[in-house]
Design a binder for this molecule. Structure first.
Ligand code: SF4
Length: 182
């Protein structure tokens, strides 16, 4: 599946299955949504800064879900915010990926006893990668983003685009055929 770069008389060219070539382009242009609900969002912002520098992987933030590929759940999620986050997720175009960043997004974290806090983002979103920590450092988030890249690399993209591929991550709240949340 991995394309190779060959040298020709008039320069280089890439050779490989079309799935591999498409995935090569997709994995190096992952745009994440600049959105957070609590303190982990500060680490998310820092990850885009010069020290971790996700731009070198082609990862830049977008301020609109319509142009974003990755939703990072960064922070404590209250029930009130969960429906808003789901709305943002539904507004993102396929293919899209979700990272649960930090203890709060994974399980509710410090606040899991609270009546107002959701005990994990996977209760309302199909999460691809979980990152432990309170908060996880930018390096951890960077590794999570690279795990998404590895997942993209293995995806049979054309089969997926033609609807012949069943995803390995079930959506806990499938909205197919439903009115979008308002
Ligand atoms: S995991 Fe820790 S740092 Fe992140 S939102 Fe929860 S309390 Fe804040």
């Amino acid at each position: 599946m991995t394309p190779t770069i060959e040298r020709g008389p008039e320069g280089g060219f890439a050779v490989g299955p079309i799935d591999g070539l498409l995935n090569l382009a997709r994995k190096h242009s992952l745009w994440y949504l600049l959105f957070g609900t609590a303190c982990c969002a500060i680490e998310l912002m820092q990850t885009g800064g010069p020290r971790t520098d996700t731009d070198r992987f082609g990862m830049v933030f977008r301020s609109t879900p319509r142009q974003a590929d990755v939703l990072v759940l960064a922070g404590t999620i209250s029930y009130k915010m969960a429906s808003r986050i789901r709305l943002l997720y539904d507004q993102m175009a396929e293919p899209k990926y979700v990272i649960a960043m930090g203890s709060c997004a994974n399980t509710g974290g410090l606040f899991q006893e609270s009546y107002a806090v959701v005990k994990g983002g996977d209760l309302f979103l199909p999460v691809d990668v979980y990152i432990p920590g309170c908060p996880p450092r930018p390096e951890s988030l960077c590794e999570g983003l690279m795990l998404i890249q590895q997942k993209i690399e293995r995806e049979p993209w054309l089969k997926k685009a033609w609807g012949k591929y069943k995803s390995d991550k079930p959506d806990p709240m499938p909205t197919e055929g439903c009115e979008p949340l308002r």
